[in-house]
Ligand binder design. Structure first.
Ligand code: CMC
Length: 440
């Protein structure tokens, strides 16, 4: 075992290193504070390994992504989404029998409790579907509160995967004022989702294979991505021994942000804006480079990938195929490609190693599939569910697991005496005081 040395105030300390199966090296600072009194500072956790995990491997320099050792390109080519769920959660590729049983359970648990349907009525129709998804997932803990034994937890995992797609489809139906379409037992997981989204009562609906294939790919490519913001949220919430539904509901909220999963919605909105603006790419490139503009090229850049995002490469190819398969000519695809070409040549983006990420092309696919823009991040969440679940499970089964509780460097006031109200002087006007008087 190698060690790392730290010299602090002239005193030398030694810390063990840990090496992963792909030779990733970490310095184990578990004893940093107890031995030195100091803490490590790493805002945004760019250099901090929060756990050891055997689920997903990413090499950001080489653009490598593997689930349980299997390259994403091979999985995306061959596997079904539920097979990937099984792989991520249980650690091995299922046998046919294992997969059949898993699929059967998902089908059996795909309905939601009828009482939950009423919840959809009580949100404003304008409620963002990510908010609805998170609230509904949290509500599952009211309907399935037992989480004591391994069997309870196992069943809740199945319930969550099975019901999340029904919840997502119901929230869409509610937003467009159509009746809910119930899941069918003869359809696969992905077919069922499309059926619940797009079928209408008394009309036969046959799932178009091209849509089913595209959905399967999209869900697989989003299935896990090691310790990203939402997954770390799931682990952090779960580390307090909060139940599965509560932890995943928090993950959905973390994913919603525009710097994370919410970027897919923002990409399409940005492409639309560029189009409406007469297709002036350069204007938007210049804005993205100007820090004062507050504008970023959405769907570009990644904390880990510094060469290319393999998911974006696969989605770019798929977008072209799906659009051709559906006979759709989406001008936004052309804008996206042009923007990518310009960015890849631009010094600002090259120097900072900013490449298209998974969110850059996924929206074009969702659009072609008829999925409304506001639902894009929900689609990401459905794909990410098995990742969140497997990471939550791994964390809970880790005998060395502890509650997540980072430290801080305090930069506030030092000790000072409390000032009673009568002795306080107003130094800054309150927002109310700043308001202009209203004249009627
Ligand atoms: N457009 C313009 N400049 C950018 C962009 C962008 N999209 N992304 C990063 N930069 C600049 C950034 O201003 C910084 O410049 P400088 O070194 O001069 O200060 C430099 O590149 C490094 O960026 P950073 O903000 O330190 O990178 P980060 O690792 O903290 O953030 C990111 C990663 C994904 C949040 C960021 O690249 C970003 O905001 N991208 C746009 C939003 C987006 O597409 N998010 C989806 C991420 S992938 C899917 C997922 O996992 O959710």
């Amino acid at each position: 075992m190698t060690t790392a040395k730290l010299i602090l105030d002239g005193k030398e300390y030694e810390f063990p290193t840990v090496v992963g199966t792909e030779n990733e090296v970490g310095v184990d600072f578990t004893k940093l504070r107890p031995t030195t009194g100091a803490i490590s500072v790493d805002p945004g956790y760019g250099n901090t390994g929060s756990c050891a995990s055997s689920i997903t491997f990413i090499d950001g320099e080489k653009g490598i992504l593997r689930y349980r050792g299997y390259p994403i390109e091979e999985i995306a080519e061959e596997a079904s989404f539920t097979e990937v769920c099984f792989l991520l959660i249980y650690g091995h590729l299922p046998t046919q029998r294992e997969l059949d049983t898993f699929n059967e359970k998902l089908t059996y648990h795909s309905m939601i409790h009828e009482a939950m349907k009423q919840f959809f009525d009580d949100f404003p129709v304008t409620a963002h579907p990510m908010m609805v998804l998170s609230a509904m997932i949290a509500s599952l803990s009211a309907f399935y509160p037992r989480a004591t034994t391994d069997e309870d937890r196992e069943l809740n995992i199945i319930r969550l995967i099975a019901k999340a797609s029904t919840i997502a489809a119901f929230s869409y139906k509610k937003s467009v004022g159509q009746p809910f379409i119930y899941p069918r037992n003869d359809l696969t997981y992905t077919e069922n989702f499309l059926h619940m989204m797009f079928a209408i009562p008394a009309e036969p609906y046959v799932v178009p294979p091209v849509l089913n294939k595209a959905l399967n790919l999209l869900l697989i490519l989003h299935a896990d991505h090691e310790q990203n913001c939402s997954t770390s949220t799931v682990r952090m919430v779960g580390s307090s021994q909060a139940n599965l539904f509560a932890s995943i509901s928090a993950g959905v909220m973390a994913l919603w942000g525009p710097l994370h999963g919410g970027a897919n919605q923002k990409v399409i909105e940005m492409l639309q804006k560029i189009r409406e603006d007469g297709g002036d790419y350069q204007k938007y490139m210049d804005m993205a480079k100007d820090k004062k503009s507050g504008f970023k090229l959405m769907g570009f850049g990644h904390r880990v990938y510094k060469n290319f995002d393999p998911r974006a490469t696969l989605l770019k190819e798929a977008a072209a195929d799906v659009l051709a398969g559906l006979g759709i000519d989406d001008p936004l695809l052309e804008i996206a490609k042009k923007l990518e070409d310009i960015a890849l040549e631009d010094q600002f983006f090259v120097e900072r190693k900013l490449y298209p990420n998974v969110d850059f092309y996924s929206g074009i696919l969702y659009r072609a599939m008829g999925i409304p823009t506001e639902m894009f991040t929900v689609m990401f969440a459905l794909g990410r569910l098995p990742g969140w679940i497997s990471q939550w499970k791994e964390m809970r089964e880790d005998p060395k697991g502890r509650i997540s509780r980072p430290r801080q460097i305090y930069t506030g006031e030092t000790k000072r005496p409390y000032v009673p109200m009568k002795d306080r002087k107003a130094t800054v006007a309150t927002p109310e005081e700043k308001l202009e008087p209203v004249t009627v």
